[in-house]
Ligand binder design. Structure first.
Ligand SMILES: NC(=O)C1=CN([C@@H]2O[C@H](COP(=O)(O)OP(=O)(O)OC[C@H]3O[C@@H](n4cnc5c(N)ncnc54)[C@H](O)[C@@H]3O)[C@@H](O)[C@H]2O)C=CC1
Ligand SMILES: O=P(O)(O)OC[C@H]1O[C@](O)(CO)[C@@H](O)[C@@H]1O
Length: 378
């Protein structure tokens, strides 16, 4: 079985690559990073190390690399004959891989079994976004063909993979926990024989539970911590006052998740506890600035901060802690992060109300925008 995966980064090699290799796939990674691609072709293997007391380590074999531009012809060929296509490039990069993906999909003969394309990004409807971008590159006739032979299921992916500091460029240190959930209804053909993928009928519940707990909680930890000059996520959560603030945020999102998706509130409490323990994993050094990265994306309308806030207010439920995280995110002025720089420029140029309104997609007179602007000024 052959898998083609866009993005040979931390999640690509440390999560998706490992699971697919465990299931018996050979994997072709496609990336813009020459060094990583060359190393993959030289070694054809790498190790995934577990951040835990036992320090388990797994060799991933049967891997190779292609450069997304230089080797485009081979990427197209590989898509045409793949059994599965996955991505972990970042949701904002999906439009940049769509043209090549479109070419590979229409090159696929009808004699091949149906193919599934799964975007493994932290985003609601990540695969939908990729699908819409692929459509833009095809005539309506070619698009009809693609829809006949290709499934585009959305997915939720969860595994903390920090910035790497390994001696071997390809090796990856990951937390032992992982969750890969894929929506069954948009799959085409037989389900891939990957026991570690959890296929579900209602993905929205899983993805919102994950995004509004793991990612909202992590983002809150990072943004509160950055304001308090903390360097690592562990250091932030050792501060009991900030930990209480993070918990308050998760109580607010938890109320939405339990009411909307009928998760049991006691089970959800345990889910929150487990997540806070994962953030505190002593075998991982996770920098605040990694988790806080891309604040403009994180402040987007369908994202981990604004979406739960809007949904809670729409249900008539008051929020408080979520306002504070949004304000802290707006104050993330880390110059090495391009989006943080752009965010600060927008705030300077347009002022808080206009800038936050355009980033969040909320009207300038929306309750959330007004309250965020008031707290930001304080
Ligand atoms: N690191 C984590 O803990 C988690 C990350 N995610 C999500 O996984 C995705 C990837 O994140 P990471 O692996 O952490 O980032 P990363 O930066 O380690 O990996 C992204 C890879 O995509 C490559 N890339 C960029 N442009 C490309 C292009 N045009 N074509 C092919 N490859 C390209 C980069 O060179 C890099 O190797 C993101 O959507 C993130 O939100 C999801 C769960 C956990
Ligand atoms: O690119 P993003 O959305 O910051 O993704 C990384 C986040 O996802 C997580 O892995 C959680 O799944 C966290 O490690 C991290 O905060």
């Amino acid at each position: 079985m052959k898998a083609l995966h866009f993005g040979a980064g931390n999640i690509g090699r440390g999560f998706i690559g490992k699971i697919l290799a465990d299931a018996g796939y050979s994997i072709t990674f496609v990336d813009v990073n020459h060094e990583v691609i060359d190393a993959l072709n030289e070694m054809n293997s790498y190790h995934v190390h577990y951040a835990e007391e036992d320090k388990r380590s797994f060799e991933i074999t049967n891997v190779q690399g292609l450069h997304s531009q230089k080797d485009e012809a081979q990427v197209i060929e590989a898509i045409a004959s793949a059994d599965l296509v996955t991505t972990a490039v970042g949701a904002h990069i999906l439009p940049h891989i769509a043209a090549t993906l479109a070419k590979g999909l229409i090159a696929r003969p009808t004699s091949q079994p149906p193919l599934n394309v799964i975007a493994c990004e932290n985003a609601l409807g990540g695969t939908d976004l990729l699908k819409a971008e692929v459509e833009k590159h095809l005539s309506s006739e070619d698009w009809d063909y693609v829809l006949e032979i290709v499934g585009f299921p959305n997915a939720a992916v969860d595994r903390i993979v920090p910035i790497q500091n390994q001696t071997n460029l390809l090796d990856v240190l990951v937390e032992p926990f992982f969750e890969w959930v894929v929506e069954r209804k948009n799959m085409k053909g037989d389900l891939p024989p990957v026991t570690d993928i959890h296929f579900v009928d209602a993905l929205e519940a899983y993805i919102e539970r994950k995004l509004f707990t793991v990612n909202t909680g992590h983002a809150a930890t990072a943004y509160f911590g950055y304001l308090d000059n903390k360097k690592t996520i562990q250091e932030v959560l050792e501060d009991e006052a900030i930990k209480r603030q993070v918990r308050s945020v998760l109580e607010e999102t938890g109320r939405l998740i339990c009411e909307k998706h009928t998760f049991d509130s006691e089970d959800h409490e345990r889910y929150i506890e487990k997540i806070l323990q994962r953030f505190l994993n002593p075998f991982i050094v996770d920098e605040v600035t990694r988790v806080a990265r891309q604040p403009i994306k994180k402040l987007g309308h369908n994202e981990r901060l604004v979406s739960p806030a809007v949904q809670l207010l729409d249900k008539g439920i008051e929020i408080d802690a979520l306002y504070d995280v949004i304000v802290a995110a707006l104050k993330f002025d880390y110059p090495q992060d391009d989006e943080a720089e752009e965010l600060q420029k927008k705030l300077n140029d347009s002022g808080i109300q206009k800038a936050f309104s355009s980033i969040s997609g909320l009207a300038e007179d929306h309750t959330i925008v007004k309250e965020v602007a008031r707290r930001y000024a304080q």
